[in-house]
Design a protein around this ligand. Structure first.
Ligand SMILES: [Zn+2]
Length: 195
């Protein structure tokens, strides 16, 4: 995809994840990596915008070091997290971060999020969790990127989720997958209580 298409895709996915309640309020950020004139660039949502309202001017183009190349607004407060994940993973070109209520609820509890179904072979029992660091911090970015060297989706302790894919569409599929797992596990746990 070229830059124009990438920006369109970020707008589409922003509205979609808001409507799916994966990024309530002004939470959440979305990015996609693309190449232009032989340079790797990242398009990312700006900070402080509800995802339902994202328009062309809310998508900021940056380089892999976080320098703003195009756009008049400040890029997302979790920009560093996105960039650190891209730097470790050549196969990832789309990242979604959000605070969906069920999986975020699990992140605030002592219950790990179980894998209840899988794409292909289920290799593990739980979706990995990244230990708590302040949102927007370098520590959170580095810890998340470290865990995501081998994972496409993680839970951020007391915060939310990050899902990545070879493109943005794949990334939202993973984000929806985590939230659906959390809903299913929540229902199962309530049913167990009423046995
Ligand atoms: Zn967040």
């Amino acid at each position: 995809m070229d830059k124009k298409e990438i920006i369109k895709e970020i707008i589409r996915v922003s509205h979609y994840i808001y409507n799916k309640n994966l990024a309530p309020g002004k939470s959440g950020n979305i990015s996609a990596r693309f190449e232009e004139n032989g340079l790797q660039k990242v398009a990312i949502t700006r900070s402080g915008v509800a995802k339902k309202n994202v328009a062309e001017e809310d998508v900021i183009i940056i380089d892999l070091d976080g320098n703003v190349l195009e756009g008049n607004q400040r890029p997302s407060s979790e920009t560093l997290l996105h960039l650190e994940v891209y730097k470790n993973r050549d196969d990832i070109n789309g990242i979604v971060h959000g605070h969906p209520p069920y999986s975020t609820g699990f992140s605030m509890s002592n219950k790990p999020l179980k894998w209840l179904e899988g794409f292909g072979e289920i290799k593990k029992a739980f979706i990995p969790s990244v230990k708590y660091s302040k949102p927007g911090s370098r520590e959170l970015a580095e810890n998340t990127a470290e865990v995501m060297k081998n994972e496409d989706m993680v839970v951020l302790k007391n915060h939310g989720i990050v899902a990545a894919g070879m493109n943005l569409d794949e990334a939202i599929t993973m984000a929806e997958f985590i939230e659906d797992i959390a809903k299913t596990q929540f229902v199962a746990s309530i049913l167990d209580l009423t046995d």
